[in-house]
Design a protein around this ligand. Structure first.
Ligand SMILES: Nc1ncnc2c1ncn2[C@@H]1O[C@H](COP(=O)(O)OP(=O)(O)O)[C@@H](O)[C@H]1O
Ligand SMILES: [Mg+2]
Length: 376
């Protein structure tokens, strides 16, 4: 019996170490909290800055909970308030204009699995009451339906805001906060655990090798590594992964010194701003994804850029710099496809109807031209 428990502990630890890298005391703590909370049906709230790995915490809890259902993630900040309710609870055919068929919500999809509500602090106040009801009754009602469907899901929420302060200001329901934050796990910013940087670079390089067959990860000489450790990493691990990928695209397999990385720093110094990130995530949401990937030409031609809309644009006596507009549009599409593909050039290329070489070429050109916005 003793050996068995020990064995389970060991495999739990191994699993978590593979999922969440970092030997610092702070990361050991985070992994220990995940292992402690996972087997019990308590609602967990992961707190920490953007890109610090809150979604990984949620995935770790799901895996270790032993639940057989799916892991379903919903980002409250990325979905417009008026769509979020339908996204979460689903709807009956005819419940509102455009509801041409009955659809399950994410809560129902998470049955027997885990529902991950990211950026819960951004959930509209009116919806907070409805979520509270779902948690209290353990049932969900589709919009336009009277029927209550029982649902059994594990809830993990995450936020980068001080949600306690939001509650004190009356912007977040205190009764909901107490329900979702039964077990709180705090994820430290990367700047507070720079001793993890070497290990993180190794892990992220290995991931890069697996996803990108065309490029070899760049390496850093000791001074360059020290320089990276002195940087504040406002976008945390996500920013580090993007930086590593950018270095590797531009300097495949080379060892970079301080001068080389300083040149690359200004373009990634500012983290992806919240709005760009939300937009990219929004595009990644599957409702839009299906319209998007099934019929790219059609949805583009018929929606924003229809002949009718464009004619109206000029009706307002406006003019346009067509070349600049098209290159910005191309840049945004590439950035969105990269985000949506978790940074994989190969997957993003497929989404854009390009081959990997063509996309890499475009990224290189745009990375040199645009110092303002990180593409990778
Ligand atoms: N400790 C870690 N080890 C390995 N990869 C990590 C770690 N923390 C974050 N990542 C990676 O960084 C990216 C951002 O993590 P994510 O969980 O989405 O952050 P958050 O939800 O806090 O914004 C993901 O690609 C994730 O796999
Ligand atoms: Mg996140």
């Amino acid at each position: 019996m003793f050996y068995e428990t020990r064995h389970i502990r060991m495999s739990t630890n191994k699993f978590l170490e593979n999922l969440i890298a970092g030997s610092s005391a702070k990361m050991q703590d985070v992994r220990q909290h995940i292992a402690l909370a996972a087997p019990y049906p308590v609602n967990v709230l992961a707190i920490g800055p953007t890109g610090s790995g809150k979604e990984l915490i949620a995935k770790g809890i799901h895996k270790l909970s032993g639940r057989e259902g799916k892991f379903i993630a919903v980002n409250s900040a990325a979905i417009p308030a008026e769509l979020l309710e339908a996204e979460l609870f689903g709807y009956e055919k005819g419940a509102f204009t455009g509801a041409d068929k009955t659809r399950k919500g994410k809560v129902e999809e998470a049955a027997n699995g885990t529902l991950f509500l990211d950026e819960i602090g951004d959930m509209p106040f009116s919806l907070q009451a409805k979520l509270l009801r779902v948690l209290e009754t353990k049932t969900v009602q589709k919009i336009g339906s009277e029927k209550s469907i029982p649902v059994d899901f594990r809830l993990v929420c995450a936020t980068h805001t001080d949600i306690g302060e939001l509650a004190r200001q009356g912007k977040f329901r205190a009764d909901l906060l107490y329900r979702i934050a039964v077990y709180t796990i705090e994820n430290p910013p990367l700047a507070d655990r720079t001793e993890d940087l070497d290990e993180l670079i190794k892990v992220l390089s290995m991931r890069l090798k697996k996803t990108e067959k065309k490029i070899k990860p760049a390496e850093f000489d000791p001074q360059a590594l020290d320089y990276l450790k002195s940087y504040s990493w406002p976008g945390n691990i996500r920013e580090l992964a993007n930086f590593l990928q950018k270095c590797s695209v531009l300097y495949s397999g080379q060892t970079l010194n301080v001068d080389a990385i300083k040149d690359l720093m200004p373009s990634f110094g500012a983290p992806l701003d919240q709005e760009t990130e939300e937009q990219a995530t929004l595009w990644a949401e599957d409702t839009l994804e299906s319209d998007f990937s099934e019929n790219v030409d059609d949805s583009l031609a018929t929606e924003a850029f229809s002949l009718e809309n464009l004619t109206q644009y000029f009706d307002d006596e406006r003019s346009l710099n067509l070349k600049k507009f098209l290159s910005e549009l191309e840049e945004n599409f590439i950035a969105a496809a990269m985000q949506h593909s978790d940074g994989s050039v190969e997957t993003a290329a497929q989404k854009l109807g390009l081959n990997s070489e063509e996309l890499l070429e475009k990224i290189k050109v745009l990375a040199v031209m645009s110092k303002s916005k990180p593409l990778l």
